[in-house]
Design a protein around this ligand. Sequence first.
Ligand SMILES: [Fe+2]
Ligand SMILES: [Fe+2]
Length: 272
Amino acid sequence: MRIAAISDLHIDINRDYPVLESLRDEVERSGASYLIVAGDISEDFRIVKDKMRALEDSSSFSVLYVPGNHDLWSPEPSKFKIDYIYSSFKDDERCLSGKSVTLDGVTFIGDVGWYDYSFGNHERFSDEMFEKMTYSGRTWQDALKNPWTRDNRRKCQAQLESLEEKLEKEKGKKIITVTHMLPIRDFTVLDARPEWEYFNAFLGSSRFGELFEKHGVSLSISGHVHYRKEVERNGVSYICPCLGYYSEWSFAKGHERDLAYHLRSSLRCFEI
Ligand SMILES: [Fe+2]
Ligand SMILES: [Fe+2]
């Protein structure tokens, strides 16, 4: 079976670009039977669900996704609380949160994941500083938009336990995990900008990678960081196939406004 994977479509931020139409064409060309989207699709959960259904309905491939942190932000905070939004994702047949799905002999297990500050630089910053989620005048937006951030470590632990339970149950099968948050430090921002020694804390947890390696996961798909990377480690292929914001495409000189180029650069296809 051929699968295609991508993440961080951000269709509202990238609203001037026909992201989903072009993605559909690229996936059709690839011959993949399944498209996996590792979160950060839209900042309105209703749009995420509608668009993923419409993408599947208008194509020859099936769609599976996990929500990202942006997808969990409430479009109307007085009306839609985080518990409602997260349950609504779990109820969506295309969303992997809270379930494992076996298709053509491959089991997909996934969820948003979360962060526990383990990727931050603990020599420079204390736990109390990470808990503020604000550094150098910048606040990590989840702190303002998601009540889970009142206890990030507990939320991360709950996500780990839920994923582990499913990995135990599916032992011995060929498993692909999908988490929005990063499972390995290799995918964090490793450049010299000091603010990332702080903000890396909100990108994921190395405990996800340890869990995947312990359970013999074949492929781990993640997103969130907007840098495209791939790493092989201890038997697991890790990929981070992010499309990212149009404003970040400027690093590719000559392709600053070239959606097709960035879709081809981020979309990864696998024969499983
Ligand atoms: Fe993102
Ligand atoms: Fe994200």
